[in-house]
Design a protein around this ligand. Structure first.
Ligand code: UD1
Ligand code: UDP
Length: 364
């Protein structure tokens, strides 16, 4: 029997941690042949190549070199380039992950060419349509043939939207498979020594357009981080979108010159997770960081009005906060009063194995 060709689509930083465990499990199976497709949305070495190296991913079989641009530009270029790939080298199934522009773009290409589309991390909803990711989630889930959810609340969201129950497999949270795959390297790294962090610290990541694209909002966040840095060292790994906006609004210097703030370039996965593991608190608007902190029992302050990952609040260590609440939250975390939470069901490091079983059963 010819092995089934499976395309795994990756575009941006969080996608690599989601496809890597699946790639490795599928690669070990005789029935299929996984192929990585990189759309090229993230292209800096520290937003892309570093993750291929850390996660043991092979060079992409196809690189679409889409680059930066508006939503329509990225989505359109991805569709044009990926349609040509599928016509020349038709896969038996396409796995799209998360909620980035490539997720919706490649799902649309697959659906129109009648290639089965599987959505990994289906069913998440912030119910905030001002978020570009929410549009990508809705479009992708409406047309995918198979929906792999990370938790039961996501199943409920899909069922409420009329998705047939037999399309849904709850496989758990695959990002944490990457953490377990690299746990020994993450624990063997010593970023506290590398950054000469003497005491407790907060790890900060921000990149949502709603937080960083508007000057007054970003100014408010910078002021709150400065205030916090007078109580606690702040390690701020600055996303390229955020760096660009900080520079544009004349705020970059305030971050790079504050005594209590260590501003860094985006870090590799192993370095970053080592910092998260030992942080007093994570301050973020990242989807992945909300999940990783819940898994590790680390306090997480999410600077957003809503989250598509409510289970990290109801079961885990996540809280939705405003910038003005940061200092009090950090004090609570430092005093050990922040509830530890628990790991949601199926967040166990074995999601990729369940995904492979689902795919094998469904592709026959
Ligand atoms: C994208 C995703 C977002 C995800 C995030 C993960 C969409 C709609 N957004 O947002 O869901 O949470 O990735 O990090 O798909 N840039 C660089 N180098 C790079 C990549 C980007 O300098 O390698 C700069 C460019 O100036 C670019 C800006 O960052 O215009 C924003 O990049 P883009 O990929 O459009 O969106 P992200 O904010 O990264
Ligand atoms: N991450 C990293 N280095 C950093 C910041 C983040 O390796 O400097 C990892 C981390 O595992 C996080 C993931 O990148 O969960 C998600 O990235 P991002 O916040 O960019 O995207 P989102 O999850 O919000 O879509």
């Amino acid at each position: 029997m010819t092995p089934k060709a499976i395309h795994l689509i990756a575009a941006a930083r969080p996608n690599f941690m989601k496809i890597a465990p699946l790639y490795h499990v599928l690669q070990s199976q005789a029935w299929c042949r996984p192929r990585v497709v990189h759309t090229g949305q993230h292209y800096d070495a520290n937003m892309s190549d570093a993750f291929f190296r850390d996660l043991g991913l092979p060079a992409p079989a196809h690189h679409l070199e889409v680059g930066s641009g508006s939503h329509a530009e990225q989505t359109g270029r991805t569709m044009i380039a990926y349609e040509a790939v599928c016509q020349a080298d038709r896969p038996d199934a396409i796995v799209v992950v998360g909620d980035v522009n490539a997720t919706a773009a490649c799902a649309m290409v697959g659906a129109k060419l009648w290639i089965p589309v599987v959505h990994l991390e289906a069913g998440l909803r912030s119910r905030d349509r001002r978020m570009p990711e929410e549009i990508n989630r809705l479009v992708t889930d409406a047309i995918a043939d198979v929906l792999w959810t990370p938790s039961r609340d996501a199943d409920a969201n899909l069922l409420a939207e009329g998705v047939a129950a037999d399309k849904i497999d709850c496989i758990g949270n695959i990002m944490l498979d990457s953490f377990e795959m690299l746990r020994s390297k993450i624990t063997a790294t010593d970023m506290r020594a590398a950054l000469r962090l003497a005491g407790p610290y907060a790890i900060v990541t921000l990149h949502r357009p709603s937080n960083v694209d508007e000057q007054s909002k970003l100014q408010e966040l910078v002021a709150a981080i400065e205030e916090l840095s007078r109580e606690l060292t702040v390690v701020f790994t600055v996303h390229p979108r955020t760096r660009k906006r900080l520079a544009e609004f004349g705020l970059l210097e305030r971050i790079t010159s504050a005594a209590g703030i260590r501003a860094t370039e985006p870090l590799g996965y192993i370095e970053f997770m080592n910092l998260v593991m030992h942080a007093a608190i994570a301050i973020t608007d990242s989807g992945g960081v909300q999940e990783e902190t819940t898994y590790l029992g680390i306090p997480c302050a999410t600077l957003r009005e809503n989250t598509e990952r409510p289970i990290t609040v109801s079961e885990g260590t996540n809280r939705l906060l405003k910038p003005a609440q940061l200092a009090a939250a950090a004090a609570e975390a430092l005093s050990g009063r922040w509830p530890k939470g628990r790991r949601p069901e199926l967040w166990d490091g074995h999601a990729a194995r369940r995904a492979e079983q689902s795919l094998r059963r469904r592709l026959g």
